[in-house]
Design a protein around this ligand. Structure first.
Ligand code: DGT
Ligand code: CA
Ligand code: CA
Ligand code: ZN
Length: 579
């Protein structure tokens, strides 16, 4: 087998970011570590390919890339290896880098775990934490030990699950490949993927066909498949190279509605539906309704399945046994928000802070998506790690925005800020600066382990400020990495409603924060939702679809979501909107 050489900017950047981590773990000087980290960042975001730059002898034009690093890029592209990296790797066992994947554990802590206790894997750390060996490490203590243990337990809980955003493109590719099979009709994803759950255990795909075996055979021989786990005449289970499991089920067209309904789930929704069927003397399965005399009625569409039980068709995102059957019976299901309703994006970053693209590039991407506005929300100064801006920096930004607005009209770039709510609860910019933004989005990135009273207090102070329009990613959860902060959500929602502050549904695939349930609580209390991609580059605006799916899971109608407002309506709705 030929060894694959790293050639893309992302692959090359990964080498340098690994080097930075390894040096940091070794305890090297901070400025050396930072130099590699910087180089990794700028290589990852550089608009031209390293391969081309190297051919033209232009590697050193990249910010943060000097002679030494340019030499390493050259070596990597020429030989597929980097001597320096190899040497570092041989000094530190493989598993040590994986410790960085632990929630709340950075290179400093990994350095302690490895150098002081000789821990080289996550199971090592788990054992040592149970034995209370971590609390005596310098700067760690019992609380950190507890937090690390909780993090490991959370990793166990979500292990084997995949982010919706990871699974969805894979599923779409397989659906498209199955459609190439002559015998296949009605190919569609089902299961948690169709319900747009934040994470999925596996990908479920259904098809109808008069010749199921042909479809199943086509499926197991797709090039993406790395292992066939089972292969029957109407169903199969396979694994892909990425480790994702895919289930396929094929039935005759006459059963298709029953099949689709059954395999969309959720289990709880289906159990509730079966209960309802039983009350009407029917037994519900993936083949249809069985009557008391033993005869079976199959349903070709989902509408027939629900209709047989006198229910309106229920959108998949609502099928979680949270009152959707009652609403479907009463005809009070929500008219859910759709992608077509979205007129703008409330949360985007540019090169002014930690984004990769200019304001203009972000705006053009928004226009290409058919939006009428985007809000640029670069970080405020308190978030140093993200290159946060001072009041003077923002003044420069406003000038650029206003020039761009002259050129791009009627499209509007709204001036915004992702305002840090400091650990002591103070806001990161004074009121006389805040009043000058179109939209102020406040959020917490620091002091996330504070207790519930403190944390709730920080949010309340922010919402009471007359200029703060939106609280971004209110719980701070990171799927697979970090639980949400300790906060009295009921108090937050009431304050949001009272002060007319919106709560964000952050569309980043590993955030989806608020989640569906909390979004529904917020809506119930009369709070307006604001959807934000939190994009750090132009293509990043595309994650909006996951925000929309999450809002739908929260039963959101267009009237509950500020992104459905026109720019004029929005300005009239914002707290201290300038005319
Ligand atoms: P996942 O894969 O863990 O993200 O969640 P789902 O909902 O996709 O679950 P999955 O893949 O096990 O099954 C897909 C659907 O098929 C599920 O939502 C309901 C139905 N189903 C599967 N297995 C069973 C079962 O044992 N009992 C019942 N009642 N329904 C099932
Ligand atoms: Ca599934
Ligand atoms: Ca499955
Ligand atoms: Zn952000």
């Amino acid at each position: 087998m030929m060894e694959q050489r790293p050639t893309s900017n992302a692959e090359i950047a990964q080498f340098f970011s690994n080097i930075a981590e390894l040096l940091d773990i070794k305890g090297e000087e901070w400025y050396r570590v930072r130099a590699y980290r910087r180089a990794a960042e700028s290589i990852a975001h550089y608009p031209e390919e390293m391969i081309i730059l190297r051919e033209r002898g232009r590697l050193e034009e990249i910010p943060g890339v000097g002679k030494a690093i340019a030499g390493k890029i050259d070596e990597l592209l020429r030989t597929g290896r980097m001597e320096f990296y190899q040497r570092l790797q041989s000094e530190i066992p493989d598993g040590v880098l994986s410790l960085l994947g632990l929630p709340g554990v950075g290179p400093r802590t990994v350095s302690l775990l490895y150098n002081e206790l000789g821990l080289v894997s996550i199971p090592d750390v788990e054992l040592a934490a149970h034995q209370h060996k971590l609390r005596d490490l310098k700067g760690l203590g019992a609380k950190s030990e507890e937090r690390i243990l909780q993090g490991i337990q959370m990793l166990h809980r979500i292990s084997g699950r995949h982010l919706l955003a990871t699974a969805l493109p894979v599923a779409e590719e397989i659906v498209a490949a199955l459609k190439d099979c002559q015998a296949a009709q009605g190919v569609t994803p089902a299961g948690s993927l169709r319900r747009c759950a934040p994470t999925v255990g596996d990908i479920d795909i259904l098809a109808s066909s008069a010749r199921p075996q042909e479809v199943v055979d086509h499926f197991v021989s797709l090039p993406q498949v790395s292992e066939v786990s089972s292969h029957g005449d109407t169903k199969a289970t396979v694994y892909l190279d990425s480790g994702l499991q895919v289930d396929l089920l094929v039935l005759e067209e006459a059963h298709y509605g029953s099949l689709l309904q059954h395999f969309t789930g959720s289990k709880d929704h289906n159990a509730a539906l079966r209960g309802l069927a039983r009350q009407q003397g029917l037994s519900l399965s993936e083949y249809g309704f069985q009557h008391e005399d033993g005869s079976v009625t199959s349903c070709a569409t989902e509408e027939e399945v629900y209709g047989t039980l006198n229910l309106a068709w229920i959108p998949p995102e609502l099928r979680e046994a949270r009152g959707e059957l009652e609403a479907a019976r009463e005809g009070s299901l929500p008219q859910l928000i759709t992608a077509e309703d979205i007129k703008g994006d409330f949360h985007t970053h540019s090169v002014y802070s930690d984004g990769a693209d200019t304001i203009e590039e972000m705006a053009l991407a928004g226009m290409a998506r058919g939006y009428s506005y985007i809000v640029i929300t670069d970080h405020s100064q308190g978030l140093g790690v993200a290159g946060g801006l001072s009041a003077d920096d923002f003044a420069r930004q406003w000038a650029e925005i206003s020039a761009l607005n002259g050129r791009l009209a009627p499209f509007r770039i709204l001036s915004g800020v992702e305002l840090e709510i400091r650990t002591d609860g103070a806001l990161d910019l004074p009121d006389d600066v805040l009043v000058q933004f179109d939209v102020v989005v406040a959020s917490v990135h620091l002091g996330l382990s504070q207790d519930e009273d403190k944390m709730t207090g920080r949010f309340i102070v922010a919402m009471r400020n007359p200029h703060v329009d939106i609280i971004a990613h209110p719980t701070g959860r990171l799927l697979g990495q970090r639980e949400g902060v300790a906060v009295d959500f009921q108090a937050v929602v009431e304050e949001a409603a009272g002060t007319g502050t919106m709560l964000e549904v952050n569309a980043q695939p590993n955030r989806l924060d608020l989640d569906g349930d909390l979004a529904r609580k917020a809506i119930g209390a009369g709070v307006m939702l604001a959807l934000g991609s939190d994009a750090h580059h132009a293509e990043g605006l595309g994650v909006m679809r996951f925000g929309i799916a999450t809002a739908r899971g929260g039963w959101a109608e267009p009237a509950n979501v500020a992104n459905t407002l026109s720019c004029e309506e929005l300005m009239a709705t914002l707290k201290s909107g300038k005319a």
